[in-house]
Design a protein around this ligand. Structure first.
Ligand SMILES: [Zn+2]
Ligand SMILES: [Zn+2]
Length: 99
């Protein structure tokens, strides 16, 4: 699936710069970070697995390069970013929505 930047609508590079799977309100959610070099912003794709119902994919509001870099730095500190049951500080932060 091809993704476009939420601001300029240009195609985003396919490479995800960071990925984190975590539990959010009892459902599994995976956030993927894509950088738009035109806008210098991060687009965050959100894949939501509902335990009941269809999976859902949507984009969060884009974040600045500064904010996105900080998120990615935190995600890199996690030993298992694809494990939604990981209990590291990054996972706790994302699961509680405090980042
Ligand atoms: Zn853009
Ligand atoms: Zn973790």
């Amino acid at each position: 699936m091809k993704h476009v930047c939420q601001r300029c609508r240009e195609a985003l590079p396919p490479k995800r710069l960071a990925v984190l799977t975590f539990m959010h309100r009892g459902n599994e959610r995976t956030d993927s970070y894509f950088f738009c070099s035109t806008c210098r912003i991060y687009n965050i794709k959100c894949d939501y697995e509902h335990f009941s119902g269809e999976p859902e994919t949507y984009f969060l509001a884009p974040v600045s390069q500064e904010v996105g870099d900080r998120h990615i730095e935190l995600i890199r500190q996690c030993p298992q970013p694809r494990d939604e049951y990981c209990e590291c500080g990054t996972h706790q932060r994302w699961s509680s929505g405090l980042f």
